[in-house]
Design a protein. Structure first.
Length: 560
């Protein structure tokens, strides 16, 4: 995951200062996902920040799974996260770690805090702990078990580990300050009892560390120098510092940055689960979701996501990024790498009446004008074609230069054609155009110098491959999906037209395209071969529209 441009930000400036002052003599970062869901674009930003900084300063990067909750974690998520991180271009070598491998060390450190009188076993239920926590303006109430002796706490904690007590009956809490203005410092829970098998540890443990206890210890064990995390962990930092200071162990430096927020989407595991389980999307890899799996299936490239992360940079304050920035990154990337193909999504039949019925020509078509090394391909041309229905108007409006009765246009890579007749059905709908062609205009201008103002894409009806095109739009109608009426839900803002499925025709050169192959369908947009494709039928996902398509839509909306 190489950075696409040289830049600086407040995190890099802090690291430079730390190195200059001798606080650290190296840089070691990490990405610590919980294996309880699929990664999303916000995680990609965190990965990019941590990995690119490690690269820039010649340091190391760890991928560490913070697997402290056996009830929500699965190997499926571990495998998916590793695949996603590698796909993004991160080389973490053999540095894949699991927080659960440090359980014994963390348990011994908990024993140490108990011996120091800094931790105690509490019999309050989770509801009672919450009720006695206090408020930001009122101190909490000390647990009646807070002053147990060191010996009693050691005995109870060891029996907790041995499995003598049921779930929820006891916890281990840090003894800090129930009057602290930071509610997280009011005797937080360090361990809870959960008789549940762990995806790596099996049934070895029935007590599991809380995230706030495990997280700083994992960073310390791995020798992380800079623990980079999102802003919601800023008020957790004093607690992390307290744990490390009380134990007197290696102390990384935590630096917080603003998490990614983007228009017309949600960036929350909880929201993804609601959408998937509610049937509003078709799985965590649905191309409408900003999950890495969804973006990959939609046709996004790792290069475009890295460029997106580079463009938005690293901010300290809360901010919202326009989704157009992401779409612009993938357009720029695919414009350079995607081969061109012709496809018709709303077909209107054209019959060239002066073209021989049994004739087929192979025309040369450029694969990518931005990449001469991509070469050319052959496109079949015959008497009967399909063009887009929008490329014909029986009564053309002002400044409409495409096909109309008596008007001449160019067919891409082929000939000039002129509409000489319009065939309609019983309801008056246009079902076929009769045209003539000028054989002297093959692949170029007319010898007599006449000009046309429009060039249309097309496919040969006889040779076209029928396919399915899935046209994706924003999942939500509002830039902020959480902008709802009192008592409403973000689901109220779902876009009912976020997916439109069309039967389309594509030139035959796409046959055999592997899953994930990306094309630019000329004048339509960028498309990717979906995993639902079969040898009998290709399925294409629209990755993003073309810029000129958006301009037309916006102009139309403005006029309305």
């Amino acid at each position: 995951m190489e950075r696409t441009q040289t830049s600086t930000d407040f995190i890099r400036e802090i690291i430079k200062q730390d190195l200059a002052e001798g606080r650290f003599d190296r840089v070691h970062t990490r990405f610590p996902p919980e294996p309880n869901a699929y990664l999303h674009l916000g995680h990609a930003k965190a990965i990019w920040i941590n990995y690119s900084i490690a690269q820039e300063f010649g340091g190391l990067f760890n991928l560490r799974f913070d697997d402290t909750n056996p009830l929500t974690e699965e190997k499926e998520f571990v495998d998916a996260i590793i695949e996603d991180v590698r796909w993004l271009g991160v080389d973490f070598g053999d540095r894949v770690f699991f927080g659960s491998d440090y359980f014994e060390q963390q348990y011994q450190w908990a024993i140490e805090l108990i011996k120091k009188g800094k931790a105690y076993v509490c019999d309050l239920s989770p509801e009672e702990v919450a009720a006695t926590r206090g408020t930001p303006t009122q101190p909490g109430i000390e647990s009646p078990y807070r002053n147990r002796s060191v010996e009693e706490n050691l005995d109870l904690f060891q029996r907790m580990r041995a499995g003598e007590f049921p779930d929820g009956s006891r916890t281990l809490r840090a003894k800090i300050d129930m009057a602290s203005p930071n509610l997280l410092m009011r005797d937080p829970v360090m361990y809870r009892i959960r008789h549940a098998p762990h995806h790596r540890q099996g049934n070895k443990w029935c007590i599991y560390p809380m995230y706030d206890w495990a997280h700083p210890l994992q960073d310390s064990i791995e020798g992380i120098t800079h623990s980079l995390c999102s802003l919601e962990y800023e008020n957790h930092r004093p607690l992390y510092d307290w744990f490390l200071d009380q134990l007197g162990i290696y102390h990384p430096r935590q630096i917080e940055f603003a998490r990614l927020n983007m228009t017309y989407t949600v960036m929350s595991k909880r929201r993804f689960i609601e959408l998937v389980e509610g049937g509003y999307v078709k799985g965590f890899d649905d191309p409408r979701l900003p999950t890495i799996a969804g973006l990959r299936r939609r046709g996004y490239t790792p290069e475009s996501i890295r460029e997106f992360c580079s463009r938005i940079g690293v901010a300290k304050a809360y901010n919202v990024v326009d989704i157009a920035v992401l779409e612009d990154c993938i357009r720029d990337d695919l414009n350079k790498r995607a081969e061109r193909r012709m496809a018709v999504l709303d077909p209107l039949k054209v019959v060239i009446i002066n073209y021989p019925e049994d004739k087929t020509e192979e025309l040369d078509a450029v694969n990518n004008p931005e990449d001469p090394s991509a070469g050319t391909r052959k496109v079949p041309f015959s008497r009967e074609l399909y063009i887009e229905r929008d490329d014909f108007r029986e009564v053309p409006p002002p400044k409409y230069y495409r096909l109309a009765p008596g008007r001449e246009v160019r067919l891409r890579y082929a000939y000039f054609i002129k509409c000489v007749d319009v065939v309609k059905d019983a309801e008056g709908n246009v079902v076929e155009l009769r045209c003539t062609y000028d054989p002297a205009t093959r692949g170029g201008d007319a010898p007599d110098g006449r000009k046309v103002k429009a060039t249309l894409h097309w496919v040969s009806a006889r040779h076209a491959v029928e396919a399915e095109a899935r046209l994706y739009d924003h999942l939500f109608l509002k830039p902020d999906p959480e902008d709802v009426e009192p008592g409403g839900s973000f689901l109220d803002n779902l876009n009912p037209n976020s997916l439109e499925v069309k039967r389309c025709f594509v030139e035959p050169s796409v046959v055999g395209s592997p899953v994930g192959t990306r094309y630019q369908f000329e004048r339509i947009g960028y498309f990717c071969v979906d995993p639902d494709s079969t040898p009998e039928k290709l399925v294409f996902n629209r990755t993003v529209t073309l810029r000129d398509t958006w301009a037309k839509i916006e102009k139309s909306l403005a006029a309305q």
